[in-house]
Design a protein around this ligand. Sequence first.
Ligand code: HEC
Length: 182
Amino acid sequence: MRAFLMLVLGMILGAAAIVVGVYFYFATGQAPVATSAFPMPFEKKLAHWALNATVGREMPKTVPLQPDDANLAAGAQIYREHCAVCHGLPEQKPTLIAAGMYPRPPKLLEGKGVTDDEPGESYWKVANGIRLTGMPGFRPRLSETQMWQVSLLVANADKLPKSVHDNLSVPMVTDEKAVPTK
Ligand code: HEC
């Protein structure tokens, strides 16, 4: 009995110590807040667990549009206007905005991007955004059709029709001021 009570007391004190430790970590300014600061311990892991669990549960499993030329062309136009400033254009340097963000917005038109994700997964992220990352939620400012068009674009970024790729290859005006970062 006595040993059991000691164990329970030990567990309560241990839990209290963790709460106090976490409180002091944040309250005394030990936690990183600048975009250029080091990552917080477990920050990426915890954030990705939470994101993947929610997206996996909520993402639509069927895609209501075809990735045909018309939808991909419309997606490219939306991408240029609302995504390129952060996620970049093919063979262009990152904008000053993208270069100063934490976490850095991944390139979606070069390399693997999100071509290995279901379009429904990207659609969920476009519609809802990703908290505390800078990734905006676009619902209801883009229509459902527009959000699917741009999601199909990034899902098919490695096999776009030439006309769509050519449109995306025209540099943004802000690119003149972009600086190499890495
Ligand atoms: C203001 C900057 C910004 C804009 C504009 C923006 N994003 Fe993002 N986006 C981000 C950041 C930062 C992340 C990384 C979030 C993370 O690390 O979890 C992200 C993540 C994503 C992801 C997930 C990438 C992955 O590897 O899982 C997708 C898909 C995406 N964005 C699509 C878009 C689309 C499509 C648009 C335009 C309609 C857009 N984003 C506009 C900043 C932006």
